[in-house]
Design a protein around this ligand. Structure first.
Ligand code: UDP
Length: 243
């Protein structure tokens, strides 16, 4: 499957059309950005690692009944996906307080939440991905009320399954961001990626708040050893399939 026209270049991935209209090719890059692209850098090998982690997690989620846009991975940093219309709402699921939740509410980092929190952000680089309310989602006509219920249910289901999966990797799933797409038959599919770029993952073997970080916070906060943390996540995720 050869790539044809470049459709879109994002911060971490490039999207190409293929000779089959219903299939797109995503190429994962080593480029890393943070703070709405104000901080830029590269994480060596990230493209391949994130692609392989996403492929493994999407295949596994499909096996437990979560429909995804993933088809296959023809090259280590490439993924063939079903063409979907991306819902312009980023869905964040949180199990433990961290990041913007702590900054905006004063909750201490590391506080276990009484139940998973589902939040919605407007997918708009221009506006800096602001937090949405349900009423704002409907005001802007971003999704229908019925679709939002479906999205929330699927996000909670994904969280339950991923928490279990990462637990077996000796990793705590703190929080993560999901994107959804709608295919030509109007089916809702999990899309984009699930990787250390889009999740907060803490090593259960470590108690020190800096040493335990296995995700993009190592890049955001200049904690060093970014590549080896991503490698460790990849190894532990892929090891689950060799059991
Ligand atoms: N996240 C993401 N893309 C974004 C914003 C957030 O993948 O554009 C992920 C982030 O890696 C974390 C979770 O969503 O796992 C929650 O992020 P948060 O709102 O705490 O934002 P941050 O503190 O990273 O600014």
């Amino acid at each position: 499957m050869s790539q044809t026209e470049k459709l879109y270049e994002g911060k971490a991935k490039i999207l190409y059309s293929t000779e089959v209209p219903e299939i797109l090719l995503t190429v994962y890059k080593d480029d890393a950005t943070a703070f709405n692209a104000q901080k830029k850098g590269q994480i060596k090998g990230k493209g391949e690692m994130n692609c392989q982690i996403t492929a493994a997690l999407f295949e596994w989620l499909a096996s437990v009944g979560i429909p995804t846009h993933y088809i296959d991975s023809p090259q280590p940093n490439q993924m063939r996906v079903k063409a979907v219309t991306i819902v312009p709402v980023e869905v964040v699921v949180r199990n433990i307080a961290a990041g913007s939740l702590c900054r905006q509410t004063g909750l201490p980092e590391g506080q276990v939440l009484p139940s998973p929190l589902v939040e919605y952000y407007y997918k708009s680089d221009e506006l800096g991905d602001p937090l949405l309310t349900r009423d704002r989602i409907f005001l802007l006509d971003l999704v229908t009320p019925e679709r939002l219920v479906e999205i929330e249910n699927m996000a909670r289901q994904i969280n339950k399954n991923l928490q279990k999966f990462f637990d077996q990797c000796n990793i705590t799933l703190v929080d993560f961001k999901l994107e959804f797409g709608i295919d030509t038959q109007q089916n809702l599919l999990l899309a984009d990626e699930i990787s250390p770029d889009t999740c907060r993952l803490w090593d259960k073997n470590e108690t020190d708040p800096q040493s335990r970080v296995m995700d993009k916070d190592r890049f955001r906060k200049d904690l060093g050893e970014v590549e080896s943390a991503y490698q460790q996540v990849q190894q532990r995720v892929l090891a689950q399939f060799k059991k």
